[in-house]
Design a protein around this ligand. Structure first.
Ligand code: ZN
Length: 164
């Protein structure tokens, strides 16, 4: 398996985590995998659904990514991917399904844009600059001992654009 395949598998796994977290209203647990703007947008979407008295549920997620194109700007590297997603996605209101299906998996494709700093090492196991603890940034995005926060895109890709 080459590096790009490994990267796509890793990112597919992260997208799955995000979809489940979105569905369970636990988006804060995967916040570090996204840009702040995307995080805020998704939180707003959840909030809007809540106001409407409805909830988007996502189950049995299967994700596959393909590279569409890669490009750079002055300090960032981007990978635009096509995300082929198969899942049970449905909207609940008063315990009734009002959108999608909770019985049949549906297949859809959407664009997911990944970005990282150009010199990011694509390694997330680090030693904390603050307290010296070694840990994997993937778990939380901050040091488990002293709480120091890290900007994930300095180490690996974050998701900049994605539709749920
Ligand atoms: Zn620390």
């Amino acid at each position: 398996m080459n590096n790009q395949d490994m990267l796509l598998m890793r990112e597919a796994h992260i997208i799955k985590k995000i979809l489940y977290a979105y569905s369970n209203n636990e988006l804060h647990t995967v916040r570090h995998f996204m840009t702040d703007d995307l995080y805020k947008k998704l939180i707003r979407d959840i909030e809007n659904d809540r106001k409407l008295g409805q909830k988007v549920c996502i189950e049995e997620v299967h994700v596959e990514l393909q590279v569409n194109r890669e490009f750079d700007d002055s300090d960032k590297h981007y990978i635009e991917t096509i995300c082929n997603c198969k899942n049970l996605k449905y909207v609940l209101k008063d315990n009734k399904v009002i959108g999608g299906s909770n019985e049949k998996r549906s297949l859809y494709s959407t664009k997911v844009l990944l970005v990282k700093d150009k010199d990011a090492p694509e390694r997330t196991f680090i030693t904390c600059e603050g307290c010296g603890t070694s840990f994997d940034l993937k778990t939380t995005g901050y040091c488990p001992t002293c709480g120091k926060k890290y900007k994930y895109e300095k180490y690996d890709y974050v998701i900049k654009e994605m539709e749920i």
